[in-house]
Design a protein around this ligand. Structure first.
Ligand code: GTP
Length: 346
């Protein structure tokens, strides 16, 4: 059974970070999320991956190649035009096993697939949709199920009092390949809006099973930040690179921390980072590899990707910076999301 990772969307809500980058390649705790995902799924026994790509596919290809560095096999189904979440699956059809897993590659999760798979085999339908329960379902497609957990319908962005449940599509499915006969070729098709409702009408057996464990989609800047704070306070238990000294400070190799500088936990500092004298980093800061931070800088609730250069006396709060951003001295930035023109990952 192989896994298809949907990684081709434009990621418009995460711009400018995704201007020239597939959203699943956005760094999460200093490593592309897609890499965490491949490792997480590999640890559950999946060795054969297909990546459905469209927006800047070369970033993904260049990074992962054939997957051998991770001990897995990766093939690419490239779309010439955006095909949507179901069209992308159809486009990858020739690579897929008779039964396969689909994962939206922008979902940060620590879901265990085995219970979902066992449930799928037990009910014998063509699709099992992993569901997650959220406090506020009003931004999502909410499911209504019968007593056998068959999905009856999806209600898109309901008002709270009209939501049939708090269960939403988690973007993780087990599918039988024969279900793809319902997806038309050569046009954009949404799995949530078109394919699942059709499969439900055709009564091929569309079931939903609540998955446990951390789940958050990184689609918006707010949620992208929240994922980091959840990682740092260990609400999300996915591994964080670097050594933790027991007090919520993760420190990479070869870092230079200047005299009087303070790391206020929780904080994650990548490899080869320089922090100037009397700077205060944290709480809730994630600093990428090879960043240089000047003197008297204050940086809290901020994520910066590799190679950023922050000059002296800058105050940062709630910011996100893409690769290699450079800031001149003596600035105060709140909630800035910035990306350098043409900055590449490697
Ligand atoms: P926004 O533009 O911000 O809505 O983001 P998006 O369209 O990239 O993501 P969305 O949340 O709509 O999609 C969920 C997952 O499916 C993401 O991992 C996307 O990369 C992926 N996806 C969405 N549309 C396509 C598509 O047309 N082709 C492929 N291959 N993947 C897609």
């Amino acid at each position: 059974m192989n896994a298809l990772l949907l990684a081709g969307g434009l990621g418009t809500r995460l711009r400018p970070l995704t201007e020239h980058l597939p959203k699943p390649m956005a760094l999460v705790a200093n490593r592309p999320w897609l890499e965490h995902l491949v490792i997480h799924l590999k640890n559950q026994g999946i060795r054969d991956f297909v990546m459905a790509v469209k927006h800047y596919p070369e970033h993904i290809r260049n990074y992962f190649g054939d997957g051998s560095k991770w001990g897995v096999s990766i093939r690419y189904a490239v779309e010439q035009t955006l095909r949507g979440t179901a069209g992308a699956i159809k486009n990858a059809e020739s690579y897929l096993d008779d039964r396969f897993i689909v994962v939206n590659a922008d979902i940060v999760h620590e879901v265990h697939l085995l219970p979902l798979l066992e449930y799928h085999l037990q009910h014998g339908g063509e699709v099992t949709i992993g569901l997650t329960e959220v406090d506020d379902p009003t931004q999502y497609g909410v499911v209504e199920q019968d007593r056998l957990d068959r999905i009856l319908r999806f209600v898109e962005k309901p008002r709270l009092e009209e939501a049939p449940s708090r269960r939403i599509n988690a973007g993780i499915y087990v599918m039988e390949k024969k279900a793809l006969r319902y997806i038309p070729e050569d046009r954009e098709v949404s799995i949530e809006r078109e394919t699942f409702p059709l499969l439900i009408r055709e009564q091929v057996g569309v079931y939903g099973q609540v998955i446990s464990g951390y789940w958050m989609d990184m689609g918006t800047k707010e949620r992208y930040r929240k994922i980091h704070w959840d990682l740092l306070n260990r609400t999300c238990r996915l591994p964080i690179p670097g050594r933790e000294n027991g007090s919520g400070i993760w420190l990479g190799d070869d870092c230079e921390i200047g005299p009087g500088a303070l790391l206020v936990p929780p904080v994650l500092i990548g490899n080869n980072v320089k922090i100037g004298e009397r700077s205060i980093i944290g709480p809730f800061a994630v600093i990428g590899d090879d960043c240089e931070i000047g003197r008297h800088v204050r940086c809290s609730e901020t994520i910066m990707w590799d190679r950023c250069k922050i000059n002296d006396a800058i105050h940062l709060n709630n910011c996100i910076f893409g690769y290699g951003l450079e800031l001149g001295s003596r600035q105060i930035l709140h909630e800035a999301v910035m990306n350098r023109m043409g900055a590449m990952q490697a």
